[in-house]
Design a protein around this ligand. Sequence first.
Ligand code: DUC
Ligand code: ZN
Ligand code: ZN
Length: 482
Amino acid sequence: MPHDLAIRGGTLATATETYQADIGIRDGRIVTIAEAVTDAEDVIDATGRIVMPGGIEAHCHIAQESGMGVMTSDDFQSGSISAAFGGNSCFVPFAAQKTGQSLAETLETYDARATPKSVLDWSYHLILTDPTADVLNELPEVFAKGITSFKVFMTYATRVSDAQFLDILSVAGKHGALTMVHAENHDMLEWMARRMIEGGNTAPRYHAPSRPGLAEEEAINRAIALARLAQAPLFIVHVSTPVGATLVANARAEGGQVWAETCPQYLFLTRDDLDRPGMEGAKYICSPPLRDTPTQAALWQHVQAGTLSLVSSDHAPYRFDDTGKFSNGRDVDFRRISNGMPGIEMRLPLLFSEGVNRGRISLNQFVALSSTNAAQIYGMLPRKGTLSIGADADIAIWDPQETRIAGEMHDAMDYNPFAGFEVTGWPITVLGRGRRIVDQGELIAQPGSGAFVKRAPIDLTGHPGQPVPELDPTQNFKADLS
Ligand code: DUC
Ligand code: ZN
Ligand code: ZN
């Protein structure tokens, strides 16, 4: 039987290997990887191109209201399209529970937002903001639907207490789900912000010193300890400090079930970007805040060493107007400016250009960081995140030579924090289950052509966990802890 589509003449790159081969696709899946695939109804000539698994964007805020009640500028249509132009074939935005809402209602809300609009296959991480006993009882149903990761906050009004965090981790751990955490010490942030404001330091630039690295370091340390006590896996989102990353590295070196990511803004921007004239700095308000150049270098080392498994965008798009950044007005202190910046389309080109082209990471590390590790951690491998027989034909074809000066993106934003960066290496064609989503600068896929991806529990093989003496029956007088 002929193939539906062949990708011919390209250089294939996976998380482990780079080699010349053709790919044959049938019914949306990779069915042949061979020296030559000659029998296909449709052919993409990939000569001079790199053919790799489509990116998986595992941290982005799409059609989501912020804690301040502000809706992101991107819905599932513009968000998924922008992601596709940036080399992604799958994404995992958040489905955020509102206080008092059941998890079933939360997911219904997001299904209605995603299903008619997404051009990418998608899943959700659930955000738990109101972990009542009823809600915790609902969690296993959510996991059974294939939503096997969810996020909690250690700061903001929606933060969980340490006791709540332990309960949540414990339920998650029993069901093979992964708890993600925004780790910053709330009281340290509040205390610093109050001092800033009382001193009249209200401009956007004061956002950075109001959220000291120490607050992240303390919270990461605590989150790792809580997860260890609950014997549950943990994922730390948007790590922005070298000490925080080192805590992750140490836990992992001892077998800890801990994973973490950083984001392009912490690798490519600094707090000096917050100190732009007028209110321009508001464009760079995100949390944790931008740091400094020594931090960038240290985070790169942790990316290289594998401490940080993903580089995710944390795309949190709020326009530079009163629908977004200034929903509370322009003349407000930094705390009342919407928190987050866009980057879903820039994540992979930046990482390729600054990472692979500059020799900081190999092409195979790039594939791991952009796709395969997310598929592994979030229960989508081997269906997604790899080029192998039987995998979905989610494929990005890159021109490694193309240079562009970053400007406007395909999102619904009115600014690009990375505008003006010279970037070499861009995705040219992105396939999702064998269909062209974008091709040669054109959008091909129809809204609603993406599908929900049911994810598996996290695979903890090779991550035995760090022992806790008091949980060992030989050391706790055989206490019943069931
Ligand atoms: N945390 C995120 O993950 N995204 C946007 C803002 C925040 O605090
Ligand atoms: Zn966060
Ligand atoms: Zn985020």
